[in-house]
Design a protein around this ligand. Structure first.
Ligand code: GDP
Ligand code: MG
Length: 740
């Protein structure tokens, strides 16, 4: 088992034991490790947002870079064994700082040595790793032997040249943010003869020379090195010769890996910015949220490896799109957990035909929405602002589409159940009012129940309100609900009117039964003065029978109309509705009268009346005294007169005709025209009336015919027979009287 056995290299799945040495970001075959995010999760970096830092180290092969990092950050990057002296670090490794009292979440990248001793003349990897480091890191540690300082042509200078060139290449595309980086020179095996300040001066001169020597892209010809870089310098003693001093100086150096402020920058020599205090200035940060780092790094590496122009702004946009989508999916999962069961419940209840008003839907949905948007905001707002805004509104649209459907279902259920409850409550109260016999005010019941129903519906709509969300306004639904309540009220009022009409019609029938019966009974007494001889009132004349009937009828109907209208008004029925009711009442009353007359002129009944009329005239004298027939009496004469007098009733009875006008009463005028608001259903149960309903093909003449020609003749024949019988009996009694 060699030393690499416990390293997490590209292609391996993550396990905790494998992270002992950190993780290999890019291997010697230039493959990117797809498990970076797992590592960041395992080391609690991925939740850190922007609160993390990236440092890369550069320098020649075997200059003690890994040793430095391990001592500085407590990492366990592989170090070349003293005995073997061959390259150990392959590709780029990353590990989280393990030392306390530094900035949070420092990620250190150990970049493969750049002498190309084992890679031959492969400058390509050097360039690529420099690009990668610059695109991601805030601080670049440049590790250099003291004796290399001033060797302008040395390998280190070649490396710096590469760094500067790729820096220009990268940030040429990213002019808005112009991110800066810190070049932190750590001078190794510092003997102490030459003070650090002298070394620094030499390095700065070299750097300036290198900067001026590189070819700059168009537009950046006059750019200065300090436009892109700040500088910091430190020197360390020989690790092997002065081990204790090395350790304490490294410890001292470690104190600088804390957040810095712009004030810690001071003007160094030659106008170069030199950083004195904490190394992590906010302006160095690449502003890639920790949870997007792996995706971003992979995208950047992909462009680098494929020799594409590294375009960091568009990488950031791509990253934002990718991550915002991912975050959106994540936050939708918890939204779904709350909302999907409600959607199911609603779908089921709707399907079963019994829509259910889900309890507390408004508050539940609102908090789910809020949580979802909030947690999206927290995680995604760190990404590219434009992309974030678009994705946020996409998310909101998605959420709102579902809530909208849910809310509409809810209100439709509330509508249905509200209307049913209203209708039940009104009908129930009317019924119990009728049962108890107590006076109930229909309009009051409706008003009260409508108010109740509207209040509860409004409460539901208010509970669904979401601040700042225009669609969460349910005024149209509320208006629709109110409209439906009014329609239901109108229907119930119509029922109530029908009930009232039935009551009034019954009353009319009963009054007609008594009064019309009385008028017909008067026919039975044929003698003048037999009605009320004592009072001296004018006796009823048979001739004005129909006038009296019509008068009685119209006055009863008038009274009924008054009752109906008064009661109907109390339900707040409209004038139109009242008019229709009155029109129906008049028609039905006429039909009732017609039936009553029919009953009175039924064969047996009318024959009896005629016989009584005749007998009255025949058997009683003018003074109302019963006649005792004597053989000398003109029985035949009296008989003939009485009979003819009674027979005059038959044509009178046959037609409903007023004595004053000799015409039928104005029935169509009495009933009146059909009110325009009467609907077809209002007519359904109405019997056609001759002369009124002209289309029925029955004339007023026919309507007013009480006895048909046949019936009349038949009645005359039967009456005559009856009268003859009476006559014969009288004759017999006269003769019998003599015989006695
Ligand atoms: P890297 O290739 O730059 O990462 O170098 P390593 O950290 O693997 O070290 C290479 C060799 O240099 C090892 O044998 C170390 O023991 C040795 N070394 C480490 N630190 C120092 C130092 O400060 N001074 C000297 N002279 N040698 C060192
Ligand atoms: Mg190394």
């Amino acid at each position: 088992m060699n030393g690499n056995a416990h390293m997490a290299s590209v292609g391996d799945g993550p396990t905790d034991a494998q992270y002992e040495h950190g993780i290999q970001v890019i291997d010697e075959d230039k493959q990117f490790n797809p498990h970076i995010n797992s590592y960041l999760q395992a080391t609690d970096v991925s939740e850190a947002g922007f609160n993390y830092h990236l440092i890369s180290v550069f320098g020649s092969q075997s200059t003690g870079k890994s040793t430095l990092l391990n001592n500085l950050f407590g990492t366990e990057f592989n170090v070349m064994s003293e005995a073997e002296r061959r390259q150990t670090t392959k590709g780029i490794w990353m590990s989280k700082n393990k030392r306390a009292s530094m900035a949070d979440n420092i990620l250190v990248m150990d970049v493969e040595g750049t002498d190309g001793r084992e890679r031959g003349e492969d400058q390509d990897f050097e360039r690529k790793s420099a690009l990668f480091a610059l695109a991601t890191s805030e601080v670049l540690i440049v590790n250099i032997w003291e004796h290399q300082v001033g060797l302008y042509q040395g390998a280190n200078m070649g490396l710096l040249k590469t760094v500067f060139e790729v820096n220009l290449q990268i940030f040429q595309k990213d002019k808005q943010s112009t991110p800066r980086s810190l070049l932190f020179f750590v001078i190794r095996d510092h003997i102490g003869v030459t003070p650090l300040s002298n070394l620094r001066t030499t390095l700065v001169q070299d750097l300036t020379k290198i900067w001026s020597s590189i070819s700059k892209p168009q537009g950046l010809e006059n750019s200065r090195i300090e436009d892109y870089f700040d500088f910091a310098f430190a020197a360390l003693p020989h690790k092997i010769l002065q081990p204790e001093k090395f350790v304490s100086e490294v410890q001292e150096l470690g104190k600088r890996f804390i957040p810095g402020t712009p004030r810690s920058k001071e003007q160094g020599e030659n106008g170069k910015q030199e950083l004195a205090g904490g190394v992590f200035l906010p302006e160095y940060h690449r502003r890639i949220p920790a949870d997007g780092f792996s995706v971003y790094a992979e995208g950047v590496w992909d462009q680098i490896v494929n020799n594409k122009d590294l375009d960091l702004p568009s990488q950031q946009e791509l990253l934002a799109q990718f991550r915002c989508d991912e975050i959106s999916r994540e936050v939708l999962v918890s939204f779904d957990e709350v909302i999907a069961p409600l959607e199911e419940q609603q779908a089921e209840s709707t399907h079963s035909g019994k829509p259910v008003v889900l309890p507390d839907l408004g508050s539940t949905a609102r908090s789910a929405r809020e949580k979802c948007v909030k947690s999206f905001e927290v995680n995604a707002s760190r990404y590219h602002k434009g992309v974030y805004k678009t994705k946020r509104s996409e998310l909101e649209t998605k959420i709102d589409q579902r809530l909208k459907a849910l809310y509409h279902g809810q209100l439709s259920a509330a509508h249905k159940s509200g209307v049913a409850a209203f209708s039940d409550a009104v009908s129930g109260k009317v019924k119990s009012g009728q049962k108890s016999g107590a006076a109930y005010e229909f309009a009051e019941i409706v008003d009260k129940e409508k108010k109740k129903a509207l209040e509860s519906f409004e409460k539901e709509t208010q509970s669904l309100y979401i601040e700042g969300v225009p669609w969460a306004n349910f005024k149209p639904q509320y208006q629709l609900f109110e409209k439906e309540l009014d329609a239901v009220s109108a229907r119930l009022r119509k029922d109530e009117m029908r009930r009232l009409a039935t009551r009034v019609e019954r009353w009319v029938k009963s009054r007609l039964g008594d009064s019309i019966g009385l008028e017909f009974n008067k026919l039975g007494s044929g003698r003048a003065g037999s009605g009320a001889p004592e009072t001296g009132d004018k006796p009823p004349s048979e001739k004005d029978l129909w006038d009296r009937i019509w008068n009685v009828f119209t006055s009863i109907v008038k009274e009924a109309e008054g009752r109906f209208a008064e009661r109907a008004k109390s339900f707040e029925a409209s004038q139109d509705e009242v008019d229709v009711g009155l029109w129906r009442l008049r028609r039905k009353s006429w039909v009732a009268l017609r039936e009553k007359i029919e009953e009175e002129v039924m064969e047996g009944n009318i024959l009896l009346k005629l016989r009584e009329n005749f007998e009255d005239k025949f058997r009683y004298d003018e003074a109302g005294v019963p006649r005792i027939w004597r053989p000398t009496d003109d029985i035949e004469g009296v008989y003939t007169r009485a009979r003819e007098s009674t027979l005059t009733l038959v044509p009178l009875l046959s037609k409903f005709r007023l004595s004053t006008t000799k015409e039928s009463p104005d029935l169509p005028g009495f009933i009146g025209n059909q009110p325009p608001s009467a609907e077809a259903e209002d007519e359904e149960d109405l019997a056609p009336i001759g002369g009124v309903d002209e289309h029925e093909g029955k004339s007023l003449e026919e309507e007013m015919t009480v006895l048909s020609e046949n019936k009349r003749q038949d009645l005359v024949v039967r009456f005559k027979k009856t009268a003859d019988g009476v006559y014969v009996e009288a004759k017999r009694s006269a003769i019998g009287g003599i015989a006695q």
